[in-house]
Ligand binder design. Structure first.
Ligand SMILES: Nc1nc2c(ncn2[C@@H]2O[C@H](COP(=O)(O)OP(=O)(O)OP(=O)(O)O)[C@@H](O)[C@H]2O)c(=O)[nH]1
Ligand SMILES: [Mg+2]
Length: 297
């Protein structure tokens, strides 16, 4: 399946929710207040967030005015352009060795994303080691082992309850010994309390920076698209602990509110790097803003 049809498939619910509404709205004869109100409502109901929606509508009105546009069809093209610009970031190409730290609250899809990422890198001919640094949950290590096997990646795993930073330390030593291209670090989504979780993430982060100062290091937060606006506030908390470089937005296949991509990008100026569109190993796609916009329109 091509990238475009896969994202289109994954966004089926979002598309059904929004594109039908947009189609109706853009049938309007005039670009009047009622038109803008309906558009605003449609965007907000796709979870684009009030901030992002207001910005988009203001810019659209401005451009419609400046360019003396009267046709709704032309306004639609403008809207697409504005939406695209607000989520289209330039992401630096990876350099190797590469360390990707995966963080996020429990159940969002961190471990699954690691398995899928391992597969993506293996398919590109890269060697991959996974650090099972979620030592809090008993089953986490085993779940990750299954994914590692599927992807053909190595895994470093300690016993339950052991120090996550020590797992990362060992994985990095193994990376150094074998000159592995990619280190993927899985972390816990839940500890006894939130403060512990953030302190632990900071510690893991420090170990990576100390042991591999010259590596390309990316900190990604995994967000569950089905939680809608809640996903937005999670970014802030994790970004304070370890600077977040980008977002992996999972479960886009399960929501009609894929517009949350726009809300996050507008609020935090943060790129969505990958999207999850299913539970299978190939269901993680590098995010492509243009295809995303085309898919929802
Ligand atoms: N439909 C769908 N399901 C997904 C996607 N990504 C993950 N899941 C499912 O979400 C559930 C939780 O995924 P995990 O990878 O275990 O989540 P986690 O963040 O590691 O969870 P904790 O380790 O408990 O914090 C699993 O049942 C996954 O199959 C996705 O893109 N689409
Ligand atoms: Mg997990």
């Amino acid at each position: 399946m091509s990238f475009f049809s896969k994202i289109k498939d994954g966004l089926k619910k979002t598309k059904e929710n929004i594109s039908k509404k947009l189609f109706e709205i853009f049938k309007a004869k005039e670009l009047n207040e009622e038109f803008y109100e309906e558009l605003e409502f449609a965007l907000i109901s796709a979870d684009m967030g009030v901030t992002a929606t207001e910005e988009i509508i203001t810019e659209l009105k401005q451009k419609v005015y400046e360019n003396r546009i009267t046709s709704p069809a032309k306004a639609k093209e403008l809207l697409k352009q504005i939406m695209l610009e607000s989520i289209d970031y330039i992401i630096d190409e990876y350099k190797y060795p590469l360390v990707i730290l995966i963080a996020g609250v429990n159940g969002v899809g961190k471990t699954t994303a690691i398995g899928k990422l391992a597969k993506l890198f293996k398919d590109q001919g890269k060697s991959v080691i996974i650090a099972a640094a979620d030592t809090f949950r008993a089953a986490a290590g085993e779940q990750l082992e299954i994914w590692a096997k599927r992807a053909g990646a190595r895994i470093v795993k300690h016993s339950e309850g052991s120090d996550p930073a020590a797992v990362v330390f060992d994985a990095i030593n193994s990376q150094k010994a074998k000159n592995t291209d990619v280190v993927l670090v899985d972390t816990a989504g839940r500890l006894h309390n939130k403060k512990n979780l953030m302190e632990e993430l900071k510690k893991i982060n420090r170990v990576v920076e100390r042991e591999l100062p010259n590596a390309d290091k990316r900190n990604f937060i995994v967000l569950d698209a089905t939680t809608g606006q809640n996903a937005v506030s999670q970014v802030e908390i994790f970004d304070q602990a370890i600077e977040i470089d980008g977002i992996i937005l999972t479960k886009l296949d399960g929501t009609a509110k894929g517009g949350v991509v726009m809300a996050i990008s507008a609020e935090y100026q943060m790129p969505v790097v990958y999207v999850g569109v299913g539970e299978k190993i190939d269901d993680l796609l590098p995010f492509n803003a243009k295809d995303f916009i085309e898919a929802i329109f």
